[in-house]
Design a protein around this ligand. Sequence first.
Ligand SMILES: N[C@@H](CCC(=O)N[C@@H](CS)C(=O)NCC(=O)O)C(=O)O
Length: 229
Amino acid sequence: MSGKPKLYYFDGRGKMESIRWLLAAAGVEFEEEFLETREQYEKLLQGGSLLFQQVPMVEIDGMRMVQTRAILSYIAAKYNLYGKDLKERALIDMYVGGTDDLMGFILMFPFLSAEDKEKQRAFIVQKATSRYFPVYEKVLKDHGQDFLVGNNFSWADVHLLEAILMVEEKKSDVLSGFPQLQAFKARISSIPTIKKFLEPGSQRKPVPDDKYVETVRRVLRMYYDLKAN
Ligand SMILES: N[C@@H](CCC(=O)N[C@@H](CS)C(=O)NCC(=O)O)C(=O)O
């Protein structure tokens, strides 16, 4: 294993994208191996690298880590993005849990039929604006600080910015009723590591397209259709 973390996933967002975001936010360079064929995936399975036969898998510090949440927590702790004490860590976990739930509504979006996509788009925007964004808007307004937790840049900020941009891809003016979040978005986007990640040519993945969907289906042998909520 080289010094840089190595990410094993598809050449697309999915569950790996938040890991890319967090590494980039921490200023950590990483390598990637993209799964294009069933054979590549089976090789990983046979080599015993995938504890639960699933990706994302990340080689880091001599470990082969699976389970997205465990990987993210490790990176957050290692690079001081996880609060200064247990209470800040608990808050970060709660805020990340909320944004994760919101992102969960978007994760399977590319796999839906055209008709279900329209229903899901409305559902995502409704959940974002009535359940999740008001929470972060209030947190920022009440404490008046630049970051969500402890007046320091943390995993919670990175995750929320990722979620905001994902929802804006579904409805570009979704932040119109959330002035605190608009300012937050501008502030976090201008942090040098994040700014670099948002520029063209970075390892950030684009909105999933049909080719990504076809690759995931083929490699994982997903022969069923997903239903919208
Ligand atoms: N709880 C795991 C779930 C990982 C997961 O569902 N991975 C999918 C690809 S995004 C997979 O490998 N599916 C193959 C399978 O479950 O057989 C995590 O969060 O990392």
